[in-house]
Structure formats: structure tokens, C-alpha cells
Design a protein around this ligand. Structure first.
Ligand SMILES: *Cc1c(COP(=O)(O)O)cnc(C)c1O
Length: 389
């Protein structure tokens, strides 16, 4: 089966990991800060906090921004469940902002309208999490402007989008947000096996996240509570934190993969360009492109026109799988998940996300996809679509 995404592990990756395995530190040692520095430098952010997953990064990002019971967090329904779950971990309520049918990202018009209504009801969100779906950067300048007007914080869920940029601003630079989160799960752009990172330019947020990653423990004397003379206190727990550490084995892999990040993005663009061209005569919509937005193409989602697809998405999906192409659906709108339906969310509330879900299919997109395999995918798409046209 050709998957929709997969990692590439090279001999030099293996060598770097082996070095750690033969060293004194298996858990967090000298390589984790090196990896953090490498990502922060690449994105031009001041601080980077490496953790064991993007889900953990989203959780400590919410905690650092003070999210708690009674607060609201808004995100896109067209995302992985983790973008919403982080609010629930903090006891906060989740709400969603529907997507723009062209970019598949949070719709700015829907966001500003919803903010206007929420303000009247006194229910403004504390945090908004825009998701750079498929690697396509959100309209961050507009969201940032709204955050100033309505007073909410921004966490960018950039799990798909390391290497992406808009107006020459790298996603991860946090120019238009408080915190940006990356995922290093193997299907994402670069991998550490499992892993994630939270970037920020704010010293207080960074300090808090570093501490929440290790149980809420500090060894900073100035933060420690006074203790009677003569007692040795080389660390103190001052918050309720977690064991969310990344280890040096993961960081070594990530650091090694960082060297190929730009190359990976270029290859992904090349693959996308071929798909775009080959599908231009078919009744399918290819990912949105704009001069000022540079996608990382984590995914290559195609929209099959609804009139065709309503009857056939399932058949097309199965046909692809029969041909050996493991296409996928990104995403089942989060509010349609049974957990969220139990919280009261209803079908039909976010129609653009629901329509998108009925039309979308993610095609294979990863740096080791050969020309031959891509041609096979293109021929299969053409054949399958023609069959139902
Ligand atoms: C993968 C993903 C996550 C979670 O990443 P993990 O590192 O697996 O925890 C969160 N948000 C989005 C949009 C993702 O795609």
C-alpha cells in the first residue's frame, strides 16, 4: 500500500541516534536544547520548548496562558482532535469557527462575526487556536488584528506547517501569536518518532512551559520558597506540572532531520505542482495557492465536487484502497466526534467543514514518493474519477 504520508530515515539519522544510545544521557540531556535551538533559529523565535508530543505542547501552552474552568477556547472544526482536547484538559469549554471553503482554514469573516456576537453575550474566548491545515498558513495578520480588538490569546497549531511561511514570515516565528506548536509524529514534515515543540517570544510563557514539562519543578533559586537555614533544597515543585519531556534519542533524530527540512519542503512543492497540473482537467479542486502564502504541503487534499462525491466518496475511497493507495480523510469535523456530540455539539452547525469532509480525499504526499509512484497515483485518480463522472 502507498500511504498518504511517511517518514524518511537516513543513515546519518541512525548514526546520530546511535551516538546518543552510546552516551551517558538517554532522557533529556545535551541534545534536547540543541534541537530546541535549531528549530527556534530556523523559525526566528526566541524560545522553544521540546516535549513528547504536540498534544502535550498544546496542553502546556493553554496552561501557560492561564486557561481554566469557565474559559472558552475556539478552534477550527477541520483539525485533529488534539487542537480542541487541550481546552478540555484545562476544564475549559470548546467552540468552533467554520472554515473558509477555499483555504480549508479558519474563516476570518466567520471569526469576526462570532467574536462580535460573543462580546455581546460576554462569552469571548480566552484563546483562539488557528490550525494551518495541510501546511497552508492561516491569515495570521487578520487573526492577530482581531486578537487586539477582542483581547484573546493565540496559539498556532502548526503541527502540519513547519517550513511554511506567509509574507516571508516563517510559521513558528510567533510574530502574530503568543505560542506556536509543532508536531514531530512520523507522518508530519520532520519526525522524532513522537514529539512536539512549543515556540514563543515571551520569556514568562517559556519559563512556565519549561517548568510544566518537568512536573512544575524549578531549580531557579529566585523562584524557590524560603526554607529554614541548613536544609538543602536543590529543587522545588511550585506548579502542578507533568512528565512531558522529550528525550535525547528523539532530539538527536529531530536535529538530524532539521538539516533536510528545506529540501523536504521543496520536494513537497514539486510533487504538488505535478498533481496540480495533472488534475487541472478533472472535476476536482486542488489545494489553494496564493503568492504570499507558502505551504509546507504536509497533505495534498483534493476536493471532489460535491454533486459527484456525495454518492461516491466512499466508493472512490474504497477504489483507491483496492488499487493499493491508502488515501485518507482529513478531517472528520471535531464537533461530529461522539465525545463532542455528548457535550452538545450538533450536526449542521459548521456546514463548510461538514461539506469539506464529504468531499476531501488526501492523496500520497511525502518526500520519498517516486515519480513512478506518483504517476501511478495520478493514473488511478484519473481512472477512478472518470468512472463516476
Ligand atoms: C498531529 C496533530 C496533532 C497532534 O500531534 P501529536 O504530536 O501526535 O500529539 C495536533 N494537531 C494537529 C492539527 C495534528 O495534525
Amino acid at each position: 500500500m502507498i500511504p498518504y504520508g511517511r517518514q524518511e530515515i537516513t543513515n546519518s539519522d541512525i548514526k546520530e541516534v546511535e551516538k546518543v544510545l552510546r552516551s551517558d544521557f538517554l532522557t533529556q540531556g545535551p541534545v534536547v536544547p540543541k534541537f530546541e535551538k535549531s528549530v527556534a533559529k530556523y523559525c526566528r523565535a526566541s524560545y522553544a520548548v521540546a516535549v513528547n508530543s504536540a498534544t502535550s505542547a498544546l496542553h502546556i501552552a493553554c496552561l501557560a496562558l492561564g486557561l481554566k474552568k469557565g474559559d472558552f477556547l475556539w478552534t477550527s472544526p477541520n483539525t485533529f482532535v488534539a487542537s480542541a482536547n487541550c481546552a478540555r484538559y484545562c476544564g475549559a469549554s470548546v467552540d468552533f469557527v467554520d472554515i473558509n471553503p477555499n483555504t480549508f482554514n479558519m474563516c476570518i469573516k466567520a471569526l469576526s462575526e462570532k467574536l462580535r456576537v460573543a462580546k455581546k453575550k460576554g462569552k469571548l474566548p480566552k484563546i483562539v487556536i488557528p490550525v494551518h491545515f495541510a501546511g497552508q498558513p492561516c491569515e495570521m495578520k487578520a487573526i492577530y488584528k482581531l486578537s487586539k480588538k477582542f483581547g484573546f490569546k493565540i496559539i498556532e497549531d502548526a503541527s502540519h506547517a513547519i517550513g511554511a511561511s506567509y509574507d516571508k514570515i516563517k510559521v513558528g516565528s510567533c510574530v502574530h501569536s503568543d505560542i506556536t506548536v509543532f508536531s514531530f509524529h512520523p507522518v508530519k514534515i520532520i519526525t522524532t518518532g513522537e514529539g512536539g515543540m512549543a515556540l514563543t517570544n515571551k520569556n514568562d510563557l517559556a519559563e512556565k512551559m519549561f517548568r510544566l514539562r518537568i512536573h512544575g519543578i524549578t531549580n531557579n533559586k529566585s523562584l524557590m520558597k524560603f526554607r529554614p537555614k541548613g536544609e538543602i533544597w536543590n529543587y522545588q515543585q511550585i506548579d502542578l506540572g507533568y512528565n512531558y519531556r522529550m528525550n535525547d534519542i528523539q532530539a538527536a533524530l529531530g536535529l538530524s532531520q532539521m538539516r533536510r527540512l528545506d529540501k523536504y519542503i521543496k520536494i513537497r512543492h514539486k510533487i504538488a505542482k505535478v498533481y496540480d497540473k495533472q488534475f487541472s482537467n478533472l472535476p476536482i479542486k486542488t489545494p489553494w495557492k496564493s503568492l504570499n502564502f507558502y505551504s509546507s504541503y504536509h497533505l495534498y487534499p483534493i476536493r471532489i465536487q460535491e454533486d459527484l462525491n456525495l454518492k461516491t466518496q466512499k466508493k472512490i475511497y474504497e477504489d483507491f484502497r483496492k488499487e493499493g493507495i491508502a488515501v485518507n480523510l482529513h478531517y472528520i469535523p471535531v464537533h461530529r466526534q461522539p465525545y463532542y456530540e455528548n457535550l452538545g455539539f450538533k450536526k449542521g452547525t459548521y456546514p463548510e467543514s461538514e461539506k469539506f469532509h464529504r468531499e476531501v480525499i488526501s492523496l500520497p504526499m511525502f518526500p520519498t514518493l517516486t515519480n513512478k509512484l506518483q504517476n501511478f497515483v495520478i493514473n488511478t485518480v484519473t481512472k477512478v474519477i472518470k468512472k463516476y463522472e
